[in-house]
Write a protein that binds this ligand. Sequence first.
Ligand code: HEM
Length: 445
Amino acid sequence: MMMPILLVAGVAAVVLSLPWWLPARVVALRIRVFERINGPDGIPVPGDLVGVERFREVYSHPAAGGRSKGAALSDLFWYWLSPGPEMHQEHLEAGDRYDAVARVTRGLLAVRRAEAAELAARCAARALDGRRGLVRLRDLMMPLWAEFSYELVFAEPCPREARDLIARNAGDVVTSLKCTGLRHMGRRRRLTRYLLGRLSRVRLPLPGGLTPRQQAYYLQGAFFNTAVVQMSEAMAHLLLVLARHPEVQERARTGDDRYLDQVIAETMRLYPLFGIAHRITTGDIPLDERTTIPAGSVLCFNYPQFHRTGFTDPDRFDPDRFDRPGAKDLNHIPFGVAANRPCPAWRIAPIAMRAVAREVLDRYRLDSSVSHTRSLPNRGPCLLTPLGAAHRPRPALAYLRVRDRWEDVWRSLVQLVLGTYMVWDARRQRLCERHFTAEAHGEKT
Ligand code: HEM
């Protein structure tokens, strides 16, 4: 009699303790599986070869310029960003085509600050209308940034049909990137077809020398994948930080824009959207008389690690770090480095984020008790209580804490299985490698 009771108690103890140990182990296993399939590719920076003190110098080196060709890692990114990854600005190699595409992106993003803030606030007001209670912040933000991007590109209000197509496309990309779901190419191709029908309505001339399909892929990649995904993720981080730090939230609500900008800067320091940005060296990079990074190396610039060095107590959330003399010289590059293909939205993204944060803070008190990690696979569960309504968040916070812990167990297993499959499938399809082989033979892909 004693034995079965002990056995049941033991099994129950193991099951109940799952949330405390299983997710971390599954994540470690996933990383090992990815390395196994992908190969030991890349020089980590900062790392043994390049210390943190030379991080910017090496990132800014003219030979640190290759984007796709020659890295096994690229097959994986191309897979996640399909269709049309060969036209995605981030993945184009330097040259005339890249210059033409980058010029149009700069043009479409060249709106006055006040206009960008007004547009973002208007889109936020629509997205927040009637919302309250428990939400997932990333899902709340997606339609908003879909409308924002649409107006930037077409200079007219975004129809509901387009908003839904864009949000579904961006949602699919980010879900597969985080390995919480597989790709649904049908959703993505529906958006490509829609854009093909609207090319003549774009408010600036599109890059010349491209077929209509390539132009549609370019727009889809920069404005309806990257812009929507990045802004939604950045805002989900910002609002979750506010939800988890009530004192910061109260101070931010007072209307002090300078303080809110510091909160945004500190959020992007602790939760940079890029984990790693990689470059393939197009020439040798000499480090000293005896050491050179040879051409063809894959450099993996690690943002979270760079953002932790040189800060006291780097894991603490402290917006006041950015209110000190010398803040400009901190190890903080949320939009990349100026000398090597930085984010073209570096100027308007923080302004638009601030405008949306104001719209949210003017309407709601935010509360959350969930885990906050850089990859944010839980999409930022949060409780929105309208200002002026009774504020009794305790039961919801207790529920969120337990639900998040248990979701983490299931999610980590899903990520392991789907991630392994996608890495294998991407290696099998070799989209990037095949594209450059075909190009070398003068074929079209
Ligand atoms: C808060 C929001 C955003 C953050 C934190 C962010 C961050 C970054 C970073 C760090 C890079 C450079 C990575 C590297 O060195 O490889 C980058 C590149 C890029 N970003 Fe953003 N981004 C944001 C929003 C946007 C938006 C709204 C757009 C709209 C079009 C955009 C379009 C791009 C493009 C096209 C590139 C590639 C640039 C090139 O290679 O020429 N990003 N972003």
